[in-house]
Structures are given as C-alpha cells and as structure tokens.
Design a protein around this ligand. Structure first.
Ligand code: ZN
Length: 409
C-alpha cells in the first residue's frame, strides 16, 4: 500500500495505491469483509488544520486503508520509529519511511461526538471538552445511494448543544463499496480529531463505547467477554497505535451499560439534542427502524414505562427478535425485557420468553465494571472515575462474574 496526502484549500486529500499482492477485497479488524470502491477520499475540517505531525497523517490514512494492506505501507513522509513499531506489532506490517520524533501528547481531551446517547453521556461527564463531529458528504466519483442518511440533521443537533463543536466533513465512507458506504475501520470516525490534534493541542480523544461494545464483544460481532477487544482495548493494536501518535483513545463510559449511558444523556442538558437514528427528519427520529425499536426498549426500561411503538412483531425490522438468541446487544434486550411492563404484548415477547431475565439477573447492568476505569489514561482517569463512582454502585464479585462469563453460559 502507498498513500499520499495533498492539502488544497483546507481540504486534505488522500490517495492510495494497492501493491501487486493486494486487491480490492479486504478485511476490517472486526472480521467484516469489505470491497474498495475508489482510490481516494477527502477530509475537510471546519477550521484549517495547519501543520500536522506525520504520525497523525499516517494514523488517519491507516484508519482508511488498513483493511486492504497486506504486508507493507509506504507513507509520503517519515513516521516515528514508535509509530512504525506499533504498526508492525499490531498488524505485522512494515511501515516506512521511518525517521523523526514521535508526536508529543497535547493537553486537551476532545470528544468524538455522534449525537447518540452514548456520546452525549460522555459529553455530559466532560462538560468542558470540545466536541468534534464527523459529517458524511458526497464523493465526487461515487454515487450516493444512501440519501435517507441525514448527516445534516446530526450536525444541526450537535451545534444546538451550545458546546464548542467542530464539524469535519468527509467522503471517506465512500471508499467502501461493499457491504455499503461506511467507515473502512470504525476508527475513521475520529478523522477530525486526528487531523486537528496538533491545532487543538489534543492529548486524547474520548469515545462513547459502553460496556457492550468494549467488553461484551459488541452487538455486531461476537457474543462473548472480550478483554482483548482488538479495536477498543487500551493495549490492543488500535489502542497502542493511537497512543503512539500521542492521541490515546479514552472510553469514559466503557464500565457501564447502554441503559446507564441513556440515563445520563436523558437527564443531562443535552437531552433535546440526543438522536440515535440516522433517518428521521429535523424534528424527530424515524420511529420505524430496528435501531429506533431497540433504543425505545432501553429508554422505556430506564423510564419504567410501557413500550411506545407502532412496530409490530411481524415487521421485517423486528424479525431478529422473533428468533432465539444470541442477539446483538443482548444484555440490553435482557435488561429491557426484565423491566418494561407488558413486554408480552410487544415485538420483544418472544425474546423475553427465550431469555427469561429478571430484575435481579440484570442488576449488574446498572453498576460500574472497574477494569474499564483502569484503562483510562492519565490525567483523565481520576475525574472520570470520580464521576462514575458518585453515580453508580461498583460491581461486586457476582456482577463481575456475569461480565466475565458473558456468552459462555
Ligand atoms: Zn429510526
């Protein structure tokens, strides 16, 4: 793989070229097979990035090209030995040219902000941290068949928070043809934070991954306890690479469940700007997609009320919950089914029968998993841990056993 950056009029343009032993079929860290649609993309921050350390440009490029890179990558400017070593140790990839000093860590922690409940919870916990929002824009060479995706609405809501928000536009999701446009690696959502890290003096980037995504294998992939999660653990390949670029990832809510991040977000000042659905209009979420139904289950459980939805069990978006488990985000299905009144009259009736959860069997999902705090880098560990222990009971041995045997029972 060869990559090259060109800055023009505030936009950073990445072009890439496959080596002879590489082809357009690749594989993401989570195991998803992907196909490349085009050989370039752009990132345009709302403010000029200025001088950018070569390790940051290499990191940003890597979030785009990692799925297709086999054994070596050639950057257009030298990366530090530390950065090259992280690529080698994490992926077995020879990176070069090598030379120059690593990037010194900055002092500011920014939030990679999507507007969903998880990142709104992070924003509520870190009230002074700047928000950086990724906005999908069209690609000049790839047609957009996903026009229902309302990135303009998400940006408007982010700005309505009244926080320090920096929007970063990019077409990098269109580098993917298959299975659909999206982040080549999930880490590409941090494109803006990576590109602006020097300008904004960033020493870390905070993300809204909760206990399910960080420790329970995530909804989309495996369903088991994953202390060595290659994407989000502090010591995994991605965690090590971001730290080598002086921009460690910080997961403030990785010790609590999606129900608890929902609770934080909906009781915060950001409540009116929280939006987890990418469809819908300026006023509200669509209410018709699978994500809306899933989040409604969690919200109803948190608010202790019956489900409000017009989706019935025979709808295609509800099909997955008519089948036996495992389900993506199963811990939240258990939590919701144990708490939502009249669950037997909802699209989750079958899931409730299969899982038979109780208040007691799901109580661990209201408590803090301490190993998640140990992963938070200094100087942010102490204030985040203080917030968490003030708001949530710490898991006992039985709770921890439920986390650490997840998916193996
Ligand atoms: Zn929706």
């Amino acid at each position: 793989m060869r990559v090259k950056w060109r800055e023009h009029d505030g936009a950073w343009e990445l072009s890439l070229r496959l080596d002879a032993d590489e082809d357009i079929t690749g594989e993401v860290t989570d195991g998803q097979r992907v196909e490349m649609a085009t050989n370039g993309c752009r990132v345009r921050p709302a403010v000029p990035a200025g001088e950018v350390h070569p390790d940051l440009l290499a990191l940003l490029a890597w979030t785009v090209v990692a799925p297709w890179t086999r054994s070596r990558i050639v950057f257009d400017r030298p990366v530090s030995p530390e950065f090259a070593r992280a690529l080698h140790d994490g992926w077995g990839v020879e990176a070069g040219p090598v030379g120059g000093a690593p990037r010194p860590r900055g002092r500011v922690l920014a939030i990679s902000y999507s507007g969903g409940a998880d990142s709104a919870a992070v924003a509520a916990i870190l009230p002074d941290a700047p928000l950086i929002t990724f906005q999908r824009v069209g690609h000049t060479r790839v047609p957009n068949r996903w026009t229902h995706y309302r990135s303009d609405t998400l940006v408007r809501l982010a700005k309505a928070t009244g926080r320090d928000v920096t929007v970063v536009q990019s077409d990098l999701e269109f580098v993917l043809r298959y299975p659909r446009p999206g982040f080549p690696e999930h880490h590409a959502v941090m494109a803006g934070a990576i590109l602006l890290a020097d300008r904004m003096d960033l020493g870390g980037v905070a993300l809204g991954y909760e206990i399910g995504s960080r420790w329970l294998g995530g909804g989309r992939y495996v369903h088991r306890y994953t202390p060595d999660n290659p994407m989000w653990s502090g010591h995994g390949p991605w965690g090590t690479l971001f730290a080598a670029a002086g921009l460690p990832m910080v997961l403030p809510v990785a010790g609590i469940s999606e129900a608890m991040t929902m609770k934080i977000a909906l009781s915060s000042k950001l409540r009116d700007q929280v939006r987890w659905c990418l469809r819908g209009d300026a006023e509200s979420a669509c209410g018709r997609c699978g994500k809306c139904l899933y989040k409604e289950l969690i919200q109803a459980a948190v608010e202790g009320r019956p489900l409000r939805t017009e989706i019935t069990a025979d709808r295609p978006v509800a099909q997955k919950w008519q089948r036996p488990p495992p389900y993506g985000g199963q811990e939240m299905i258990e939590y919701g089914c144990a708490r939502v009144p009249n669950i037997e009259t909802t699209p989750f009736a079958k899931a409730a029968e299969y899982l038979r959860p109780t208040i007691e069997s799901t109580r661990w999902l209201e408590r803090l998993y301490p190993p998640a705090m140990a992963e938070i880098p200094e100087p942010w560990r102490e204030p985040i841990e203080r917030y968490m222990t003030e708001h949530f009971p710490v898991m006992d041995a039985d709770d921890r056993r439920r986390v650490e045997t997840w998916g193996s029972r």
